[in-house]
Ligand binder design. Structure first.
Ligand code: NAG
Ligand code: NAG
Ligand code: NAG
Length: 378
C-alpha cells in the first residue's frame, strides 16, 4: 500500500508533469513551422482537389505509393454515377458527406452507392490504390495492378475499412468539388486534420486534352453544366469556364483571403511546376502533408517522369524532365489560335491569378521559346 503522504506527492508530481506537458506543447506549437508533421498518433486527411485532365491521376499515385497512405481515387464518382440525372450543385452535400465518412474510415455511406454485395473491388479504379492492394486490406502484397485485380478481387469491404484505420494518412482524390465552402464543415471538424492540395493546370492545355477524350468526359460534363441545353460546339468551353471559375474561387478562399480555420491548410500546385521540377515540387507537397519521402517513392517518381518505359497503367506524365516544358506546351502547336483566344477570354481572371500568361497573336503562341508561366507563385 502507498503511504498517504507519498500518494500526495505522486499527485503533485502528476499535476506538475501535466502542466509541463501543456506548457511544452504550447511552446512547441508556437515555434514549430506551420506545416509540421502531426503529433504522434494523429491522422492527417488530405484532399487532392483538382479537375479533369490536370495530372491528378499522377499526383494521386505519388500519394498512393507511400506506405503510410490509404488512398482512394475519386470516391465521388459513385455518387455522380448513381445520380447522373442530378446536377453538380445538388450533389455537393452527398459528396461531402461521403468523403467525411471515408476520412473517418467509416464506409457505411459509400456502401449505399456500391451495387449488389460490395467488395473491395467495387471501388472505382480500386487497383490504383496501393493500400487496397496490400495487407491488411488484401491478403497479399500485389506487384502491379493486374496482379492486384486477381489477387485482391474478392477481399471484403470490411477488411478495407479496418485497414483504413491503420494508416496515418487518408488521401482522397476528387475532381468533383467546385467551391471551397463545400468543405468548410470538414475543415471545422476538430476530429479531422484536413489539408487541401489544389492542383491546377493551364486551361489551354486542359482544353486540348479534353478535346482528345471528350466522349469519356461527356457524362460528367452534363452534370457540371446542370443539364443545361448547351450545343456540342460550346460544351467544352462552358465546362472549362466552370473549371476556371472554380479554380479562382478555391484559390481566393484558400490563399488570398482564407478564413482562420483554413490558414496553413491549403497548398496550390501547378501541373507545369511539377512537370519542370518533379522531385522538388513533390517533396514540398509531401512536407506540406507531413509525409517523409522514401527511397522507393523517389525511385518511382524518377521512373515515371524520366524515360519512356512501361509506367504501368498510369496515364499521365510520359515526359522527361529535360523537355517537360515542351511536352506540357503541346497545346501551343496543336490548338487553333481562335480557340486559344476564346479560352483566354473565358479564363482571364483565373489565368492572371494563377500565373498563366496570355498570348496576343498566333506567332507568340507558336514561339515555344517564349515562356508563358509566371514564376514565383506560392
Ligand atoms: C505483375 O506481377 C506478376 C506477379 O509478380 C507478374 O507475374 C507479372 O508479369 C507482372 N505484370 C506486369 C505487367 O508487370
Ligand atoms: C436544345 O437546343 C437546340 C437548339 O439550340 C434545340 O433544337 C433543341 O430542341 C433543344 N433541346 C432540348 C432538349 O431542349
Ligand atoms: C521529349 O521526350 C520524349 C519522351 O522521351 C521524346 O519522345 C521526345 O523526342 C523529346 N523531345 C525533345 C524535343 O527532345
Amino acid at each position: 500500500m502507498i503511504p498517504r503522504c507519498r500518494f500526495r506527492t505522486l499527485i503533485l508530481l502528476g499535476v506538475l508533469q501535466g502542466a509541463a506537458v501543456v506548457l511544452f506543447y504550447d511552446w512547441y506549437t508556437r515555434i514549430s513551422p506551420r506545416h509540421s508533421p502531426p503529433p504522434e498518433g494523429r491522422k492527417v486527411h488530405v484532399l487532392l482537389l483538382s479537375s479533369w485532365r490536370s495530372g491528378s491521376s499522377f499526383l494521386g499515385q505519388v500519394f498512393s505509393q507511400h506506405p503510410s497512405v490509404f488512398y482512394l481515387m475519386e470516391p465521388a464518382w459513385h455518387v455522380w454515377t448513381r445520380n447522373h440525372k442530378s446536377g453538380a450543385k445538388s450533389l455537393r452535400v452527398p459528396v461531402r458527406e461521403m468523403l467525411w465518412g471515408l476520412y473517418k474510415c467509416d464506409f457505411s455511406l459509400i456502401r449505399d452507392y456500391l451495387p449488389g454485395n460490395p467488395r473491395l473491388s467495387s471501388f472505382f479504379m480500386w487497383t490504383r490504390s496501393q493500400a487496397l492492394c496490400s495487407p491488411p486490406a488484401c491478403p497479399v502484397k500485389s506487384a502491379n495492378e493486374s496482379h492486384c485485380s486477381q489477387a485482391c478481387h474478392s477481399a471484403s469491404l470490411d477488411k478495407a475499412q479496418d485497414a483504413c484505420t491503420t494508416y496515418t494518412h487518408v488521401v482522397l482524390k476528387e475532381t468533383r468539388f467546385f467551391e471551397m465552402e463545400s468543405l468548410y464543415p470538414l475543415l471545422l471538424d476538430p476530429n479531422l486534420d484536413l489539408r487541401v492540395v489544389h492542383l491546377v493546370r493551364d486551361p489551354r492545355a486542359v482544353m486540348r486534352s479534353r478535346e482528345e477524350s471528350a466522349y469519356l468526359l461527356d457524362r460528367d460534363s452534363v452534370i457540371v453544366l446542370e443539364h443545361r441545353n448547351v450545343s456540342a460546339a460550346d460544351r467544352q468551353y462552358e465546362v472549362v469556364r466552370e473549371i476556371c471559375r472554380s479554380h479562382l474561387d478555391i484559390y481566393e478562399r484558400g490563399f488570398l483571403d482564407p478564413p482562420a480555420f483554413l490558414e496553413g491548410r491549403y497548398k496550390l500546385v501547378r501541373y507545369e511546376d511539377v512537370a519542370r521540377n518533379p522531385l522538388t515540387e513533390l517533396n514540398s507537397i509531401y512536407e506540406f502533408v507531413g509525409l517523409k519521402m522514401t527511397y522507393e517513392v523517389e525511385e518511382w517518381i524518377q521512373k515515371m517522369t524520366h524515360g519512356r518505359g512501361k509506367g504501368g497503367g498510369n496515364v499521365a506524365f510520359k515526359i522527361t524532365s529535360r523537355n517537360a516544358s515542351e511536352v506540357s506546351q503541346a497545346w501551343r502547336t496543336v490548338l487553333k489560335h481562335s480557340k486559344v483566344q476564346r479560352i483566354q477570354e473565358l479564363c482571364k481572371g483565373a489565368m492572371l491569378l494563377l500565373g498563366y500568361r496570355t498570348v496576343e497573336s498566333e506567332e507568340e503562341q507558336k514561339r515555344l521559346d517564349i515562356d508563358l508561366l509566371d514564376p514565383g507563385q506560392p
